[in-house]
Design a protein. Structure first.
Length: 238
């Protein structure tokens, strides 16, 4: 089931202002397309969480920095519980599940409250499972054949992964001819320094990056640092 948001009171009010409440509810129940997920900000943070206690303050820190599309990867045993906590307690965020590899992953992510899914590769089964679960899917591709397979299933917004290892900006430039109707989110080896090289390409909408949520900042509970890293992405103008 999709979690109903917990509405926190705002200072000076007994309850949320009506406008704020309307925005939260619209966000909570809006069905996003993959393109809308990609267009929300220049960077989708790729997040690995080992402690459920970090999930909510981390999400609030990113939202405070202007990043609301959050990809929590299914790489740890705590990942689904973290997705559930963010979906429940941070209604301003749009939580997604990364490293979705199976039908079971897609269903578990949706049950935890995820609104979109990101996968390291693509199979028809994963694509159908995400459609059945109501999850927008950003599937990973690294070759022309994989792009064509995704397109056969109606997917035209794709994750280029692993971006640097699979050819970097030069590969995306080469793909812009034969795959002129496909938009990409390069992920894998993308940093604040090389992100502008990707974002300058017309077939790139956003990038995925883990640098917004460093492991040492999580361990230290340095939420101000994470907010600043999110704010720094505003200079990555698409």
């Amino acid at each position: 089931m999709r979690w109903l948001p917990k509405l926190a009171p705002v200072a000076g009010f007994n309850a949320c202002p009506l406008i704020f409440l309307k925005e939260i509810l619209m966000n909570a129940f809006q069905n996003f397309t993959a393109l809308q997920v990609m267009q929300d900000a220049p960077v989708i943070p790729v997040i690995v969480l080992n402690d459920v206690a970090h999930a909510v303050p981390m999400a609030r820190a990113l939202v405070a920095g202007g990043i609301r599309m959050l990809e929590v990867t299914l790489r740890t045993p705590q990942a689904l519980a973290c997705i559930e906590a963010i979906a429940r307690d941070v209604p301003e965020a749009v939580i997604g599940a990364g490293t979705v590899r199976t039908k079971a992953d897609a269903q578990a992510a949706a049950n935890a409250g995820a609104r979109f899914a990101v996968s390291p590769g693509y199979t028809h089964e994963v694509g159908q499972a995400c459609r059945d679960a109501g999850l927008a899917l950003l599937p990973g591709v690294a070759t022309g054949s994989e792009i064509m397979m995704a397109q056969e299933d109606g997917l035209t917004e794709l994750k280029f992964f692993p971006a640097m290892q699979a050819g970097g900006p030069a590969m995306l430039k080469a793909w812009s001819g034969p795959f002129f109707d496909v938009k990409f989110c390069p992920t894998g080896g993308v940093t604040l320094l090389n992100a502008p090289d990707f974002l300058a390409l017309p077939n790139v909408v956003c990038v995925g990056g883990s640098w917004l949520v460093p492991a040492d900042a999580l361990q230290a509970g340095d939420w101000a640092r994470i907010t600043q890293l999110a704010l720094d992405t505003k200079n990555l103008v698409k």
